[in-house]
Design a protein around this ligand. Structure first.
Ligand SMILES: Cc1cc2nc3c(=O)[nH]c(=O)nc-3n(C[C@H](O)[C@H](O)[C@H](O)COP(=O)(O)O)c2cc1C
Length: 205
């Protein structure tokens, strides 16, 4: 059975622009696979804990040498990676916070991107151990991040692209909602562009 994992990183819950478009992606995926199992993780509202010393020590120790304390420290990471492994569609909806991902999404990343478990250290560099799968990333920004005029740097999309590729996830389709602080007109315009992107990615059948 197919399964969808949706990671919503806004702290604003139902009011979130990124989550609203993320839910549109999920709705279209569900229309194609009505029996798919849907798992939603609102990391922006219920954040995973930051990693601690016990986690850092366990992560650096090869599994064959793990003590009970190491296994305990990795329990949550293990659950989150297993959740990712069990899904064949991934949706990430996140606001831009200070030019990059919110710390809550970064905490999720720190649990799932784990050496010798979700990626291998090889002479050629880091190689992903997870299956590739279609991944839809929706980013919302209050300001401008594209175009020829004055704009701010976007560290969200290149960072997510890289970190997902380290896991082995390369089929990633990004969409950025921008200028959202400019009022309802700007929000409507961004939503219209998001629907056009959705029509290209997941046309209504
Ligand atoms: C802590 C914080 C930092 C932010 N930093 C940026 C930023 O660097 N660039 C930007 O364009 N918008 C920034 N914003 C605005 C949000 O990206 C914007 O309001 C976005 O639409 C929120 O998405 P959401 O509705 O999904 O939470 C920031 C907002 C917060 C709360």
């Amino acid at each position: 059975m197919s399964a969808i994992l949706a990671i919503y990183a806004s702290p604003r819950g139902a009011a979130s622009h990124s989550e609203r478009v993320g839910r549109m992606v999920v709705e279209r995926l569900l229309r194609r696979s009505p029996d798919a199992n849907l798992i939603i993780r609102r990391v922006g509202v219920e954040p995973p804990p930051h990693i601690d010393a016990a986690y850092a020590a366990a992560m650096e120790t090869p599994e064959a040498h793990h003590a009970a304390a190491d296994r305990q420290a990795l329990t949550r990471s293990e659950e989150m990676i297993a959740e990712l492994e069990a899904t064949d569609r991934l949706v990430i909806a996140t606001p831009m916070h200070n030019f990059t991902v919110p710390s809550t999404l970064k905490a999720w990343i720190d649990h799932v991107v784990r050496a010798r478990r979700s990626f291998a250290l090889t002479p050629r560099g880091k190689e992903g151990l997870l299956a590739d799968r279609p991944t839809y990333v929706v980013v919302s920004a209050g300001g401008v991040v594209s175009g020829d005029g004055p704009r701010q740097p976007d560290f969200v999309t290149p960072y997510l692209q890289h970190v997902l590729s380290v896991l082995g996830i390369r089929d990633v389709r990004f969409h950025i909602l921008e200028s959202l602080v400019r009022g309802p007109e700007a929000v409507h315009a961004a939503e219209r562009r998001a629907r056009a992107w959705l029509d290209l990615q997941l046309p209504e059948e």
